[in-house]
Design a protein around this ligand. Sequence first.
Ligand code: TXA
Ligand code: MG
Length: 341
Amino acid sequence: MTENGKRDYFCGMNPSSDTLGTDLDKAVAILRAGGLVAIPTETVYGLAANALDEDAVLSIFQVKNRPTFDPLIVHLAQSTQLDLYAEVPSETAFRLAEHFWPGPLTLVLKRKSMIPDVVSAGLDTVAVRVPNHPRTLDLLSRIDFPLAAPSANPFGYVSPTCSSHVQRQLGEKIDYILEGGESIIGLESTVLDLSGQSPVILRRGGIPEEELEEFLGKHIQKTLSSSRPGAPGMLHSHYAPRCSLHTYTGDAWRNLVLGLTPSQFSEAYWIRFSHELADVEKDRQLVLSRTADLSEAARNLFSAIRTLDDKGAVAIYAEKVPDTGLGRAINDRLTRATSKK
Ligand code: TXA
Ligand code: MG
């Protein structure tokens, strides 16, 4: 979609600079020296450091202002590395890895001791995935250590889906941003915990649960509540903009409008799934997918929230999308974005 210029609606391209570009040698040198590099992935941009270097990993937490009780995902070059960092992965883990990697599925497995405590927030598990982005896979193939990388945003804020998002918020604090265009999925990976008796989805994301259930041939349990210790990605207030965000379904926007003063109404911004509301000014609305395509809506969601937040919106009213497939992950992010910090 970059070709027809439509992407600028959500995500402007970033001019090159010393700290942003496609120089893999530079990225490798920084990571080897214990520095931080933002990496493109198909889901969102990550803030990467050598996962085996405790000090480097600690600096990720500092830069993001992330509490150290929130464990990080370890990014591998290929699925065959699974048992280098995870303790005796089950046959199910190998099958899932072989089928879904590289891709937006994170597996939580028993941790090998070579992964430092700080990566896993002291848990006896480690979250691993192989990201599906050619430049980041190239980078991973040039280093002999895995990359710990949370999403490259200040803790609690919306995840970045292009390099300009990272540059604006963290540009001053990190060594390099590897340019990789816009993230094609736009939502974080699905987190599947395989460390217990049966698989549990801890976070909805880029692989819909229906697809995992079909692959495994069984229903998968979900633990998506905010009460789960050690997994704040599931906290209610997460992925949240500075402004207030409210969600609604279908015609319920009419009730929302009834509760607004005329000046609140005239200042409100709207995120719509597939078409504008006729009764609201067009330039106060962003449409996620004119063809009602959930993949396109997912790709555009975080940029849409950022665009409006950066405009200084006071309140955003976002329409929920159909609650199926990727739509569930979109609705999950919208719900979490509603909680004011
Ligand atoms: O798509 C993604 O997953 C992106 C890209 C960069 O890979 N990363 C990402 O990282 O979203 P982060 O840190 O923003 O979210 C990681 C989630 C958190 O909710 C964390 O609590 C959970 O994974 N997690 C990590 N390790 C875990 C573990 N050992 N047990 C349970 N949950 C874990
Ligand atoms: Mg995150």
